[in-house]
Design a protein around this ligand. Structure first.
Ligand SMILES: [Zn+2]
Length: 168
């Protein structure tokens, strides 16, 4: 059977699509069921295609295809899906796309810039109030210190005057 045009790195439809055209299967599902062999009698792994025309359709291909093109062996696992099935799969792929998009928006904070800005503004306000409070606190301490000094000077003067009065 002729091989269809696929790519391991390409993406379906719009470039933001996260679902790759051909998904590398896990070791278990790659060889489950009846085994297929390529023209070089090598075990052929099963892949899943995610192209527009055949979304989710599985196929076998020479294991060396993605290295050097292999021997050209290709065989479908699933018969072609109906129009309705393809439509449903495409809708589900679009849903996945939209969820990816929504998720990345949320991660970037695009969906809630207003409350985020308010939060940042509040944080600045709190910092400002804290520094003002510290400044006032140090001013109060300075005044308190001056008052103590003045009181001590007054007391000393008073004691000196008393001593002068007593000795005089
Ligand atoms: Zn082969």
């Amino acid at each position: 059977m002729a091989s269809s045009s696929t790519s391991t790195t390409g993406r379906v439809g719009k470039s933001r699509r996260k679902v790759v055209l051909v998904r590398r299967p896990s070791r278990g599902e790659q060889y489950e069921g009846r085994r297929r062999y390529c023209y070089n009698i090598l075990l052929a792994p099963r892949w899943t295609l995610w192209s527009e025309g055949n979304p989710g359709r599985r196929f076998y291909r020479c294991r060396n295809y993605y290295q050097d093109g292999g021997c050209g062996y290709f065989e479908w696992h699933d018969g072609g899906f109906g129009e309705r099935e393809n439509e449903v799969i495409k809708e589900l792929l679009n849903d996945i796309d939209n969820l990816y998009e929504e998720n990345s928006h949320l991660r970037r904070g695009d969906a809630c810039p207003k409350w985020y800005e308010e939060l940042v503004a509040l944080e600045r306000e709190v910092l400002k109030m804290k520094s003002e409070h510290l400044l006032k606190d140090s001013e109060v301490k300075k005044v308190h210190c001056k008052f103590k000094l003045a009181l001590a000077t007054l007391l000393l003067t008073w004691v000196l005057l008393l001593l002068m009065y007593l000795s005089g």
